[in-house]
Design a protein around this ligand. Structure first.
Ligand SMILES: Nc1ncnc2c1ncn2[C@@H]1O[C@H](COP(=O)(O)OP(=O)(O)OP(=O)(O)O)[C@@H](O)[C@H]1O
Length: 315
């Protein structure tokens, strides 16, 4: 059985268009596919978890049709079912996971490839625990997790009215640019305690800290160009002690990944990090925003099988 979890609203209805096309394909009925449309935020996670709990023995693959937010939810719904494969048909506005993983292709071709079960890639999401650090509340991220300016930008994007307008006009990157400029004016750098693979740093002028599973963020910005899809190791980017105007320069160069040459930008490879702050700070995980005073980040040890069409391995 194939379970399709579809955000019909992603990218202004792209998810719905793809679902309609697939439902008319002869393979849809022949292959015992069942589709579920998400009705509210968090619904994809619930569907994935409930269906896996009841039908795990009969499921060949969960097929996600939507954006990275929907994929984030499904991965979390299935965090106790890591052996269940996931197929991904990108239908979001940002599609950073597809970009970072080298996933591409026409949705029908991807659907056929998933059903044929021939093309797959191993993937290791990140784990994160906030505040009370109880494993019970642990979650996973697919793309990246970050604090500082980028988290405030994500929060502004998620609360914005202009996201829909820019998406309709196919000007997605303008959404981030607009939010970035708004947030930059009033952003206050962070004071944190950072433990990175056991080494402790106290930092009092942090603008951004991003932990990545692959290079991309915010719909194509190459925020962590050295990141690779691999087990055990994250790519970590820290921006500190930088002036406001230079952040603007950083933003202009981030699409090409040239910002890492700036002296205020440092890069690390690490397998675990702990962040502590005396006051609550914003964080973002795969574009979902929240607040915390503490965050532990580590690489998931269980690999996930991702099915789709991989044209190139961009990371
Ligand atoms: N029916 C719905 N109503 C409101 N929100 C929904 C619904 N279905 C899903 N969502 C939420 O919409 C958010 C964004 O969805 P998704 O990531 O699929 O699309 P996107 O924002 O267009 O793409 P991307 O994340 O790649 O930019 C998700 O966090 C999800 O929880």
């Amino acid at each position: 059985m194939y379970i399709l979890i579809v955000n019909t609203f992603s990218a202004n209805g792209k998810g719905l268009k793809i679902l309609k096309t697939l439902e008319e394909h002869p393979l849809f009925k022949k292959s015992y596919c069942r589709s579920f449309k998400t009705e509210y935020e968090g619904h994809a996670e619930k569907i994935a978890q409930q269906v896996a709990e009841i039908h795990k023995e009969q499921i060949n693959c969960f097929i996600v049709i939507g954006g990275d937010g929907t994929l984030h939810e499904v991965i979390n719904g299935l965090k106790h079912f890591s052996s269940l494969p996931i197929g991904f048909i990108p239908a979001g506005t940002g599609n950073d996971f597809a970009r970072g993983c080298g996933l591409a292709g026409d949705p029908v071709d991807v659907f056929k490839a998933i059903l044929a079960g021939r093309r797959q890639r191993d993937y290791w999401p990140g784990d994160y625990l906030t505040d009370d650090r109880s494993r019970k509340y642990g979650r996973q991220f697919v793309n990246n997790i970050g604090i500082g300016l980028e988290a405030d930008v994500v929060e502004a994007v998620n609360n914005s009215k202009y996201k829909k307008v820019f998406t309709r006009l196919r000007l997605n990157s303008l959404t981030y640019s607009f939010a970035f400029l708004t947030v930059l004016k009033s952003f206050k750098p962070l004071t944190i305690r950072l433990e990175i693979d056991g080494r402790v740093k106290r930092m009092d002028n942090v603008w951004m800290l991003t932990v990545s599973n692959h290079p991309y963020y915010g719909g194509g910005m190459k925020i962590n160009p050295q990141a690779k899809v691999q087990p055990n190791i994250f790519s970590v980017l820290i921006v500190e002690n930088i002036s406001r105007w230079k952040v603007l320069l950083l933003f202009l160069t981030v699409f090409w990944g040239k910002h890492i040459k700036m002296k205020e930008v440092s890069h690390y490879y690490a397998s675990s990090l702990k962040v502590d702050s005396e006051t609550a700070i914003s964080f973002q995980a795969d574009g979902q925003n929240g607040k915390c005073k503490a965050c532990d980040i580590s690489k998931e040890t269980e690999r996930r099988k991702i099915f789709g069409v991989f044209t190139k391995l961009s990371s």
